[in-house]
Write a protein that binds this ligand. Structure first.
Ligand code: SIN
Length: 332
């Protein structure tokens, strides 16, 4: 039998590792209770995919992921990928902010090897727990030769998503994820991986990870837009010293009169402002009816607010110039 390189399985916590006191309790459970060895032990199909080595990086709910966690995760993943005999890395993760970690990794990892994130909507103790099947699928995708060169992927419910497109759309549905206005990259059924599209040019900004781990990245917060959004949140954030603000607009980036004034003031005080959309799909263009906006504000294009925040935090480690930040968003 042909020798297969090692797969590395990194555990970070989430519902996939959740345990309930009562098996039928799918809400009142403790997340991140099982370790990654225990998750792997629940996947008998993994025997055919050995060798698999595990490492427990964190045991947290993904809502508690900080930039320091992202950097640790990225550095550990990069470290493993640089070992010649390592074939790929699979990461178990909570689903709530899974797309943010996946996008962070897409922006910083330098590799053509498979990197696959996976989670579950039901705790491991649920009778119909989705974690073992999702993990089996993720390991098969990481083992598949066609997975090379496709960037960071997420596997959930038999579907393969790119880090760029995936978003959690439903709070409680088992098929919680979509690719927004795009399609999943492929499917996995009965352990057979089928990509719908050829490997394409990767969307990601390719930042180089610093050799020493930053404990934090520049602070960027998100302001949610609605009818007559007041300037209270923007002013408070500027006052608190944020370096960037993502505006999650109700439509394609429109700004109320009040908010435009507040964001202009913020931009004039050196805060980098990015216009994005809270709608879940569609483009926010740089050009608005007010030409000055394009000079003062960055447009997120089709990046959702939470991923725009990740990109802006990384961008601000290198530049504060609106044109340079916009160029970075345009490349993604
Ligand atoms: C989390 O994101 O850690 C909790 C929710 C989940 O994993 O589905």
């Amino acid at each position: 039998m042909k020798h297969m390189g090692r797969l590395i399985l990194l555990g970070t916590g989430g519902t996939i590792a959740g345990v309930a006191a009562q098996a039928d309790d799918t809400e009142g459970y403790t997340p991140a209770a099982l370790n990654v060895e225990q998750l792997l032990a629940a996947v008998p199909q993994a025997q055919t995919l050995q060798p698999i080595e595990t490492e427990q990086l964190f045991q947290i709910g993904s809502e508690d992921m900080t930039p320091a966690h992202w950097c640790t995760l990225a550095q550990s993943t990069q470290h493993w990928l640089e070992q010649e005999e390592v074939a790929g890395v699979v990461i178990t993760h909570g689903t709530d902010t899974l797309e943010e970690s996946a996008w962070f990794l897409q922006c910083v990892l330098q590799t053509v090897k498979p990197v696959v994130l996976v989670g579950a909507m039901l705790p491991a103790t649920a009778p119909d727990a989705d974690g073992p099947a999702n993990l089996s699928d993720a390991l098969h995708v990481a083992r598949c030769p066609q997975t090379h060169g496709r960037g960071v992927l997420v596997v959930m419910q038999g579907q393969i998503f790119s880090a760029r497109d995936i978003t959690k759309r439903f709070a409680g549905r088992i098929d919680a994820f979509t690719a927004g206005a795009s399609e999943p990259l492929g499917q996995i059924k009965d352990n057979q991986v089928v990509f719908a599209v050829p490997a394409r040019e990767l969307h990601g900004a390719q930042f180089t990870l610093p050799s020493t781990l930053p404990s934090t990245l520049p602070t960027v917060e998100i302001v949610y837009g609605y009818a007559t959004t007041s300037r209270v949140a923007v002013d408070a954030l500027v006052q608190s010293g944020v370096r960037g603000i993502i505006y999650a607009a109700p439509g394609s980036g429109t700004l109320s009169i009040t908010l435009r004034a507040a964001l202009r003031d913020a931009a004039q005080r050196g805060v980098v402002v990015v216009r994005s959309s809270r709608t879940g799909a569609g483009r926010v263009r740089a050009h608005t009816h007010d030409a000055d906006d394009a000079r003062l504000f960055v447009s997120a294009n089709t990046l959702n607010p939470q991923k725009a925040r990740v990109l802006l935090m990384l961008a601000l480690t290198q530049t504060h110039a609106v044109t340079e930040v916009q160029a970075l968003f345009d490349r993604c």
